[in-house]
Design a binder for this molecule. Structure first.
Ligand SMILES: [Cu+2]
Length: 479
């Protein structure tokens, strides 16, 4: 990593903790100018271009919010309008691309959640990030055939966070997720209530926006192109909440963006086009210990990032672009509208994170090639190891290549302890509680993990979905 980038991150962090209002000061000067000067560096989704080379942008969609009690999620083929003027055959939950945003309360018990399989292949829903008991986790053994149903009772007892739901059938997850089966699942709690007057003054209502970021490729008729070769599928354009070339009109206020990397394989390197900082407040497991200013975020498939952006200092008509620096993509354009500045950023400490320590067992998992963990291709019927309940362990994830390997564990959250090799450090967005951590080529990552929610059958796997489908998964049992 370039030395200058580390310097900038440390600098930005310093000003972020010094005062919240300074945290995105970088937004202000650069955005009052003409942001279009940067376009020569950008690769626009070709299908998002209008005539004459101008970029036609589309208003960001926001999936409807629903409560989980009694909710039926039916996966079935249908058509969605993604590319303007064309219709795309997609596989959707309840006809929505992406699926509806489920909002639940920690401490809530939600019976009668039903998955209906309207596909022509097996499927099951996994609630990524929810610490639910094994029969409700959506393990690949729980798949139901076409026409089948699966009933869940979701007992939600965990910190507030952005989680998500998606299919988890063995060997078919990649295609099902890619064709549209995914949605956000937000958990609220007594601190992060999602209501005005919450403890840290976090933005609510229209100022809190889930962003499901993923890539896709389309043919000339507007239908998805896909192949599930085990090196992974990389689409040639970004979608946010199913919107191609999206923009969002923003007030001169503070916004909370709940970001998910929903790509099959692509690691995103998210940044703002003017070098302004994200005010990072949370990740997979909810709020962090404090506010961090970061100039970029490396986002692997399955990971979530909770960031605030302050548009108060910008003038009406100014734009800010969320970009992927690696693909050189414009991901989402924020357009500041004429409005009265309001809101404030939190600063300093946020949540109390009890650090795991003194692991009693060390386990080592090598992610070999594109199909194996510890030399073994997934055996759906096997239990590869047993983990004692309520006991802290150190799990070490190693790879010799073929990354990215975003390692995801069901049934518990973990704390990232160290990374050796490769990038050689841990990052602000890896603090607190995680359920997915990026292991890049040449990296070894230590995490501390403790299963405190439930005993039973769970699974760990690579969230590069082609690797997952090819067998880079392992069952284990919490006993
Ligand atoms: Cu992998």
């Amino acid at each position: 990593m370039a030395r200058s980038r580390i310097d900038r991150r440390d600098f930005v962090r310093t000003i972020a903790v010094a005062g919240g209002s300074l945290a995105v000061a970088g937004l202000v000067p650069a955005c009052t100018g003409d942001a279009s000067h940067d376009h020569a560096l950008m690769t626009e989704p070709t299908l998002a271009r209008g005539g004459g080379g101008a970029v036609t942008r589309n208003p960001l969609r926001t999936p409807p919010a629903v409560a989980p009690s009694g909710l039926t999620l039916r996966a079935a083929p249908g058509t969605a309008s993604i590319i303007p003027g064309k219709s795309t055959t997609t596989w959707m939950y309840n006809g929505q691309f992406p699926g509806p945003t489920i909002v639940a309360e920690s401490g809530g018990e939600y019976p009668g959640v039903t998955f209906q399989n309207g596909l022509t292949q097996d499927s099951i829903i996994h609630w990524h990030g929810l610490l639910v008991d094994s029969p409700n986790d959506g393990h690949p053994r729980q798949v139901v055939p076409p026409g089948g149903t699966y009933g869940y009772t979701l007992r939600v007892a965990q910190r507030a966070a952005l989680n998500w739901y998606h299919p988890h059938p063995h060997m078919m997850t990649g295609e099902q997720v890619y064709r549209g089966l995914a949605g956000a699942f937000i958990v609220r709690d007594g601190v992060d209530t999602g209501l005005a007057g919450n403890a840290f003054g976090l933005p609510v209502g229209e100022y809190e926006v889930p962003l499901i970021i993923r890539d896709a490729s389309f043919d000339s008729r507007g239908n998805f192109q896909f192949s599930n070769k085990s090196s992974g599928f990389w689409g040639n354009m970004p979608l946010v909440n199913g919107t191609v070339g999206p923009y969002l009109d923003v007030q001169k206020g503070v916004y909370r963006f709940r970001m998910l990397n929903g790509c099959n394989a692509r690691v995103l390197r998210l940044a703002l086009n003017n070098g302004g900082a994200f005010t990072l407040i949370g990740n997979d497991g909810g709020l962090l210990d404090q506010v961090y200013g970061v100039s970029e975020i490396v986002a692997a498939p399955g990971e979530r990032f909770d960031v605030l952006l302050d548009f108060q200092g910008l003038s009406a008509g100014a734009t800010v672009m969320l970009r992927d620096l690696d693909a050189k993509w414009d991901v989402l354009e924020f357009r500041v509208i004429d409005s009265t500045p309001s809101g404030s950023l939190p600063s300093g400490s946020l949540s109390t994170i009890a650090a795991l320590s003194n692991p009693v067992t060390n386990r080592r998992f090598t992610f070999d090639g594109m199909t194996r963990i510890n030399g073994k291709v997934y055996d759906i019927n096997a239990i590869e190891f047993q983990v004692p309940f309520d006991t802290t362990e150190r799990w070490t994830f190693v790879t010799n290549g073929n990354g990215p390997h975003p390692v995801h564990v069901h049934g518990a959250a973990f704390q990232v302890e160290a990374r050796r090799g490769g990038r050689g450090r841990t990052f602000e967005w890896e603090r607190g509680w995680k359920d997915t951590v990026l292991v890049h080529d040449g990296e070894t990552v230590d995490v501390l993990i403790r299963f405190t929610a439930h005993r039973g059958l769970y699974i760990m796997h690579c969230h590069q979905l082609a690797h997952e489908d090819a067998g880079m998964m392992a069952n284990f049992e919490v006993v």
